[in-house]
Design a protein around this ligand. Structure first.
Ligand code: PAF
Length: 280
């Protein structure tokens, strides 16, 4: 596995391998878990070679958020990626990605303030800026993202379309623990009691899916049922529960087309997100 630390190294490597077929790319912030590895495997199946980046992007954290605490395990991550047969690992420094005086941002207006964008202002501007930079540096043919960050996925798809980026975006299913909890690097913050309570997010979505399956199409009633499941777990504090159009992220009043039920909640101080598709 070749490891590059700078954009110049990455570009030089890409120039020499230009004839090497389709390059699949998995951007990550490290602290890799089974969800990330499922993206790497999908990239390996669909592409000729695979690049992964590990960069904890300060621009997508607000000052009061967990940037300093965010789990970092570079040596373990490197070993896991090597075992998965990854060809190229990009591990830039903050100065490499944001040279002193950086003042250019990529923002998808109208989407970046929806779902997590409401409670984390500026978060998606940080995500789209770093993903745009990574796409320029890595120059992948396709890039793989997990569906857990459904808003991130919709926003990145829009950015790629609007800016004519020659990158195919591939969405991969959420990977879950046995009790339904969606895999997340932030799950490592949970103590035993919080870990027990955390699957309430998934249960709330399953409840919505069940009511939907039973014929309920009124979004407010479906949301009410989901919120009820969350409030039955006292150590989980709801941030939002919404049913939205998966492309525009606009809330629906009637679920008369494919939709996304999305939840964000705090378990202790850890903010977790999850979603399930409603077929419409
Ligand atoms: O989903 C993530 O881990 C991050 O938001 C991403 C896409 C790597 C950008 O920092």
């Amino acid at each position: 596995m070749t490891i590059c630390k700078t954009a110049a190294e990455m570009r030089a490597h890409r120039r020499t391998r230009r004839q090497g077929g389709r390059l699949g790319f998995v951007p990550t912030m490290g602290a890799l878990h089974a969800g990330h590895l499922s993206l790497v495997r999908a990239a390996r199946e669909q592409c000729d070679s695979v690049a992964v980046s590990i960069f904890v992007n300060p621009a997508q954290f607000a000052p009061h958020e967990d940037l300093d605490q965010y789990p970092r395990s570079l040596e373990r991550d490197r070993e896991l990626l090597e075992k998965e047969g990854v060809d190229l690992l990009f591990v830039p420094s903050t100065e490499e990605m944001y040279p002193p005086g950086s003042s250019t941002w990529v923002q998808v207006e109208g989407l970046s303030d929806k779902l997590c964008g409401q409670s984390r202002p500026g978060h998606f501007r940080g995500v789209t800026t770093v993903v745009a930079k990574l796409f320029h540096i890595v120059q992948p043919d396709c890039a793989f993202f997990g569906q857990k960050d459904a808003a991130q996925l919709a926003i990145i798809r829009r950015m790629v379309r609007d800016l004519h980026m020659p990158v195919e975006i591939v969405a991969c299913p959420i990977v879950r623990e046995a009790d339904g909890l969606a895999m997340s690097s932030r799950n490592t913050y949970l103590d035993l009691e919080q870990r027990r309570a955390a699957p309430a997010l998934y249960r709330s979505l399953v409840r919505v899916q069940k009511d939907f399956g039973g014929g309920e199409r009124n979004a407010a009633r479906l949301i009410g049922a989901g919120k009820g499941t969350i409030s039955a777990e006292p150590s989980v504090r709801l941030d939002y529960f919404e049913i939205v159009d998966p492309q525009t992220l606009d809330p629906l009043t009637e679920v008369d087309r494919p939709a996304l039920a999305a939840v964000a909640a705090f378990v202790g101080t850890t903010r977790l997100i999850d979603n399930l598709a409603l077929p419409g």
